[in-house]
Design a protein around this ligand. Structure first.
Ligand code: G3H
Length: 532
């Protein structure tokens, strides 16, 4: 069994094919179709990987110098996006959907060639395992392919006749879209908003996350090569410095943001006319697992380990609070502790590794303070290795029994802590979920239909996905991914996203022989790009 405390000490040998010293493109950004390099102030990009600091301690390896862009850059990006939109009459928003799809296809082909480079950056900057980093990259390309297939029906024109009106209903772009993704899926979740926004004809400004920005940078030249100038602009730097002038301008039509509800609220409020801002938000979640008396214990334990700890629990869909019926609690907790302790910690490229170092600054200390709070309120760390720390690494801690007044009961830990709460009556749990500020997903474990059915019915209006004997997850991307309360606004499946980033346009005429003939001529000739 590898010891979590020796991950970085003594310094590990790094296979040369996975090593990264300095990512030279770290200060790149894209405005108006031009990939630029920032010569102003920089922000060191700290890897999750730690090295000896020369004084007996550890320090994070600096793998690049990111650009700390200023407000003028943000304004320049907005000007470029507005010019490309050109009040809705720009080349991109006016282009036939199939032509836009062709450009996206060209981009995807170029992106495919960047797989190894992007994967390496995901490992070094945010600590994804080689397997997960490849998965993120491949899943993103699949998402593009699926979106290209899903958009096809929108390129076909059908006439509808209702109550004396003949009409064609099309989808039109909304305008300038600001896209902001999170650090945990910096490539995939950026693309799940950027891609549909582009395809539907919007122009975009992307503000990369401060943590996890590198993986998008190798693609800047591909954006520049495939899309007209100003259609995709990519900024990096401090959120407040860059986002404030964008939002205060009132020129952002769509805010696509994945991050905390606190920041989403701050950004939305900066818009001078928030009533006309279209918000597409993926925010906080605290997905519970409910282990009912009829649950298959071994399956539940195995699924909870994976649901709570894949990518060290840093997924919005991670299981973050585990309710277990008291009749199973002692056995469940013992098996859970043993399974968690059997997980392999290590570095991202090592085979079989499932626990890796954490990218957020100060994360081990902030996790420990949540643990300390739970301990004060009566919980124990039940797994032997829980809380072993080395630099940026923190071994998952299973906490039991976690009290209702512990911070971990309500707060989204976004990391490797597994709080377990025993219950006697399912009603207590259903009430707690109904009272919670979050409403993304839940996992229910049980085998008796009456028990599972009652839980499903009680949870139906609390969350947007009920997983039965499965962990919570976003995919498959064809299923609607949404949330209630502080968890989300709007739905982001492959097809739903196309609707979210567009608005219906109705071309209507009277249902008379003369108007129908005109409609048919518009459809069959080049006289209109819009009537199909
Ligand atoms: O972090 C939130 C992601 O959307 C979760 O996606 O369930 O596929 O890991 P996932």
């Amino acid at each position: 069994m590898s010891d979590a405390r020796t991950i970085f000490d003594p310094p590990p040998a790094i296979p040369p094919e996975h090593d990264l010293r300095e990512f030279e493109l770290a200060n790149a950004y894209l405005i108006g179709g031009e990939v630029k390099r920032w010569t102003g102030p920089r922000i060191p990009v700290e890897s999750v990987f730690c090295e000896p600091d020369g004084a007996g301690g550890l320090r994070r390896r600096v793998i690049g110098q990111a650009a700390d862009l200023d407000a003028d850059c943000a304004r320049a990006a907005l000007t470029a996006a507005l010019a490309a939109w050109d009040k809705g009459r720009g080349a991109w928003p006016s282009m036939h959907l199939r032509q836009r799809a062709a450009k996206v296809r060209e981009f995807a082909a170029r992106m495919r060639a960047k797989r190894d480079e992007v994967v390496r950056l995901l490992m070094w900057e945010i600590g994804k395992t080689l397997v997960d980093a490849r998965k993120e990259f491949d899943r993103t390309l699949e998402y593009i392919d699926d979106t290209l297939s899903a958009v096809e029906p929108y390129a076909a024109g059908t006439l509808r006749c209702e109550q004396g009106v003949v009409a064609q209903v099309r989808r039109a772009p909304l305008g300038v879209c600001l896209c902001m993704g999170p650090f945990n899926y910096p490539l995939n979740e950026n693309f799940t908003t950027l891609l549909p926004a582009l395809l539907m004809g919007n122009t975009t400004v992307v503000k990369l996350p401060k943590l996890g920005l590198l993986s998008n940078l190798p693609l800047l030249e591909d954006f520049a090569a495939c899309f007209p100038p100003g259609v995709v602009n990519v900024l990096q730097g401090d959120g407040a410095t860059l986002v404030t002038p964008l939002m205060e301008s009132g020129a952002i039509d769509v805010l696509a943001f994945i991050g905390s509800s606190r920041v989403a609220g701050l950004i939305e409020r900066q818009h001078p006319a928030p009533y006309r801002l279209h918000s597409v938000l993926g925010m906080d979640a605290k997905n519970p697992a409910v282990i009912l008396p009829s649950a298959d214990l071994e399956h539940a334990v195995k699924t909870v380990v994976s649901g709570a700890l894949s990518y060290n629990g840093q997924r919005c869909t991670a299981l973050k609070l585990i309710f277990v019926h008291r009749s199973l609690a002692e056995r469940f907790v013992a098996q859970l502790a043993a399974r968690v302790d059997a997980l392999t910690p290590g570095l991202m490229w090592e085979a079989g590794v499932s626990l890796t170092p954490l990218p957020e600054p100060g994360k081990p200390a902030s996790l420990q303070s949540l643990v300390d709070d739970a301990l004060l309120k009566g919980a124990r760390v039940v797994n032997a290795r829980g809380g072993e720390t080395c630099g940026t690494f923190y071994f998952p801690a299973v906490l039991y029994p976690v009290a209702k007044d512990a911070l971990l009961f309500d707060l989204e830990q976004f990391g490797p802590l597994v709080p377990v709460v025993p219950f006697d009556d399912p009603e207590e749990v259903l009430q707690a979920i109904a009272d919670s500020a979050y409403g993304q997903q839940v996992s229910v474990f049980g085998s008796q239909a009456a028990e599972v059915g009652a839980a499903v019915d009680a949870l139906a209006n609390q969350v947007c996905r009920i997983n039965v004997n499965r962990q919570c997850q976003r995919g498959p991307d064809s299923l609607p991914f949404s949330g209630r309360k502080n968890s989300a606004i709007q739905t982001l499946s492959v097809t739903e996203a196309l609707e979210v980033f567009s608005i219906p346009l109705v071309i209507a005429a009277s249902d008379s022989e003369r108007e129908r003939a005109l409609f048919e001529r518009l459809k069959d000739s080049d006289a209109s790009r819009t009537v199909l």
